[in-house]
Design a protein around this ligand. Structure first.
Ligand code: GLN
Ligand code: ZN
Length: 773
């Protein structure tokens, strides 16, 4: 029974990678310092995994930005316009696989007169990790264009003194996750891409590899097309024929794989299949059935790679024993359910967590050691102890439970229809057409972070802290007024993170000190832990928002995070259904919404950037999820009067499949991310006749690049060709907290300028679909 791991967190125990990347971006002279930090992190990771006795230790799971982008470099999928960057500086000509080209693809490139956009970025399955979307030409050529995987293999071999297991994204998942530039079926590229995989595999074999992990997470989808299945068959058939003797460990994760097992089991190159038994424990029996008459090893993903609770050894041992019984010991592997990049690194770095809760938690390092425990239990070297009492330790509140159970229909519905509300709101607000606003946060400078940290460490009195925050608020209001925005925000300076902030105010949540998880590139988040019933026993945002409103005549938008997002971006208790926890949070947010309204705030934004990513990977489970997610949002938002305008914000662009549900959130205004996908999304909204107001993000805040007036104007124009003008808002595509002030001011000025231009030019154009309300 081999123990292995699909991937280890790569940000470093002290977020060293983030710091090193950001230092390099600020001053990109010599990447060697950055490379050195990467090397150190890899070494530490390998040593820990070795210490806990893993039999197969991954390599190439490290990445400076994103492992999908690494794949694109490996396979030579580098769009033409990035090639030119390799010559941007005549003194130091760089090859196209240079780190600067890599980062340009990830973040855009604006230097020395160059102006190149970043590639599109989107969420990795149903997680909060973001990957850089590969971009294919119709005649895309592939060729090995990076040595990273080979170098890391040698490096790991040297450090481990044993043979590591290189990790790659498999050809079907890689093509599936990418995007065709022209209209063609990406799967048509399969014949071009497979030879490169064969070369890579054979080269790794030559260097001594015996196991290679090919991640094919798309195998958990229940909607793969015939063409995709055929592409899979073609690829694995070809690889079985053309690769030297090698063991491929094919991995699936984030859901069950039963639907596609019959396709997987016929290829000699696939020696082991990894499945996620945390997300789908039921699949085990059918897999044992289907694999019984093959030689395939079953890798049991039994340790939860996405949550932070200790493993339930009793359950795991049952599964392992059952598998051994059917397949025999030599055909069993054990592992975490998925890569551990989705959990923090080490619970030993936490000193403030209640010990009764902490002793039930396990981060990446502990999860690896759990594998060792499980093996020792199976071998009879360790007793199977499981403390039942601990399960009941979740903090309970009777009142909250009752509120959830006794909810009535009217609690989920606004008083009047959208049309009626819109009329009332327009009459009251007197906003121009194409009203401009932002998504909430403004740059989180070093100064503001230091201020919050000092306050946290009690080096500042509450009073002093509040005074300083108020100064930031006054300043951001002035800036917004100067820029000419129509609906203002208070800037969210008091918030470290949109979920962590609320979790610190609500009962039932706890925060970690060092529980960082990579979100995209150098951006990390620290998800809170929901360990009990959720209670709001005090105002959370009222003071700052009301202060802000008192400083301006313009409308001030109150800013909240929605229940589904709070749930999705937390580590959630595992003793009750997710929806019960979501409803509890929803009631807490609802009380805050009411309190904002009572304090005179007339526009309230409830951010739900995570609704889409929570969508189950199997279509058959969508409806159930969307029903409760929408209901949770509506519990939190339906408490207000018609005249109070509810905004919501979502930052991703794959709405097409869920538009009816997005509409049934019934937010008065929806702001969304569209700019990286160049507003393709609008067509879908227009075809669906999305009924409410909408602010398609007109510039990409994930990149430091400053959009031009013309560019934004063109996007507004595109929007007004697709949507009724009275419904269109103009805003960036997400919060501005990761940007620098000089970028933000310039970009927003261009944005308000473009809105002005649109008011002049688009209104007199008789062909647009202006309908006066
Ligand atoms: N209001 C939040 C902000 O502006 C929204 C962030 C998000 O959508 N991820 O930062
Ligand atoms: Zn956003």
């Amino acid at each position: 029974m081999l123990k292995h791991n699909l991937g280890y967190p790569r940000i470093g125990r002290r977020r060293e990678l983030k710091k090193a990347c950001e230092a390099y971006w600020a001053n990109p002279i010599d990447p060697n310092q950055l490379f050195y930090v990467g090397k150190k992190i890899r070494k530490e990771n390998w040593k820990i995994q070795k210490k806990y006795g893993l039999d197969l230790i991954p390599c190439n799971d490290f990445s400076f930005y994103d492992h999908v982008l690494d794949m694109s470099l490996l396979l030579g999928v580098i769009p033409e316009y990035y090639h030119s960057i390799s010559t941007y500086d005549n003194d130091t000509p760089t090859p196209p696989n240079h780190i600067d080209v890599y980062f340009a693809m990830a973040r855009g490139f604006q230097k020395k007169g160059w102006d190149i956009k970043a590639m599109e970025m989107t969420k990795w399955f149903n997680t909060n990790y973001h990957y850089i979307v590969p971009e294919f030409d119709k005649n895309q050529k592939f060729s090995i264009s990076s040595n990273k995987i080979f170098e890391e293999f040698e490096e790991a071999k040297f450090i481990l003194k044993s043979i590591p297991k290189p990790v790659l994204i498999g050809p079907i998942s890689y093509l599936f996750l990418g995007k065709g530039k022209d209209n063609f079926d990406k799967m048509d590229l399969i014949e071009n891409i497979v030879p490169i995989y064969i070369q890579i595999i054979n080269q790794l074999k030559e260097k001594g590899a015996n196991w290679i992990q090919l991640d094919e997470p798309v195998l958990v989808f229940d909607f793969l097309s015939k063409k995709e299945i055929e592409a899979f068959q073609y690829a694995y058939q070809k690889m079985s024929q053309c690769c030297s003797e090698i063991n491929i460990l094919l991995t699936s994760y984030f859901d069950g794989v039963s639907e596609n097992v019959s396709v997987i089991k016929n290829y000699s190159i696939i020696k082991a299949l990894h499945v996620d038994l945390v997300e789908d424990p039921e699949q085990l029996e059918s897999l044992l059935n289907l694999l019984g008459d093959t030689k395939i090893i079953l890798s049991l993903g039994i340790i939860d790679g996405r949550n932070i609770w200790k493993n339930n050894y009793v359950n795991s041992i049952k599964k392992i024993e059952r598998t051994i019984e059917v397949l025999g010991e030599e055909r069993v592997m054990i592992a975490p359910s998925c890569s551990l990049i989705h959990v923090p690194i080490d619970i030993e770095d936490e000193h403030l967590i209640l010990s009764s809760v902490k002793e039930r938690m396990a981060f990446a390092k502990q999860k690896i050691s759990e594998l060792q425990d499980l093996e020792n239990i199976i071998k009879g070297k360790k007793d199977l102890l499981y403390d039942k009492k601990k399960e009941k330790d979740f903090f309970q509140d009777k009142k909250v439970k009752e509120r959830v159970i006794l909810a009535k229909n009217k609690d989920f519905k606004r008083i009047s229809s959208f049309e009626r509300r819109q009329k009332k709101q327009h009459k009251k607000f007197h906003l121009p057409i194409f009203p401009t606003t932002t998504i909430g946060s403004f740059p989180q400078t070093k100064e503001i972070r230091t201020l919050r940290n000092k306050f946290k460490k009690k080096e500042l009195s509450q009073e002093e802290y509040e005074k300083r925050i108020e100064k930031f608020i006054i300043d951001v209001i002035k800036k917004q007024e100067e820029i000419g925005l129509d609906v203002l925000v208070h800037g969210e300076f008091e918030r470290n993170d949109m979920v962590e902030f609320f979790s610190e105010k609500l009962k039932g949540f706890l925060s970690t000190e060092n529980g960082w998880v990579q979100s995209y590139g150098s951006r990390c988040v620290k998800p809170p832990v929901i360990y009990g019933d959720v209670i709001r026993d005090k105002d959370m945002t009222i003071k700052h928002v009301c202060f802000a409103q008192s400083k301006t005549k313009k409308l001030m938008k109150g800013m909240l995070t929605g229940p589904v997002t709070i749930l999705q971006w937390s580590f959630v208790r595992d003793d009750q259904p997710l929806f019960t926890t979501a409803y509890q949070i929803a009631w807490a947010i609802r009380d805050e919404v009411k309190s904002l309204e009572n304090s005179g705030i007339r526009i309230i934004q409830i951010d739900e950037p995570a609704i889409r990513e929570g969508l189950p990977l199997k279509k058959k489970n969508w409806k159930f999820y969307l029903d409760w997610a929408v209901k949770a949002f509506r519990i939190s938002s339906s408490v207000v009067k018609d005249e109070t305008q509810i905004h919501t914000h979502m930052c991703y662009s794959e709405f097409n499949d869920i538009l009816p549900h997005i509409a049934s959130l019934d937010a008065d205004v929806l702001t969304i991310e569209t700019s990286r996908s160049k507003m393709e999304l609008l067509k879908a909204f227009s075809e669906f006749s999305y009924p409410n107001e909408i602010g398609p993000g007109v510039y990409d805040i994930h990149s430091p690049r400053i959009p031009t007036v013309k560019e934004i104007f063109d996007l507004i124009k595109k929007a007004s060709n697709n949507l009724p003008i009275r419904n269109i808002w103009v805003n960036p595509d997400c919060g501005l907290k990761t940007r620098k002030w000089n970028e933000v001011i310039k970009s927003l000025k261009n944005m308000t300028e473009a809105a002005k231009m649109a008011r002049e030019k688009l209104l007199i154009n008789p062909t647009n679909n202006l309908k006066k309300s």
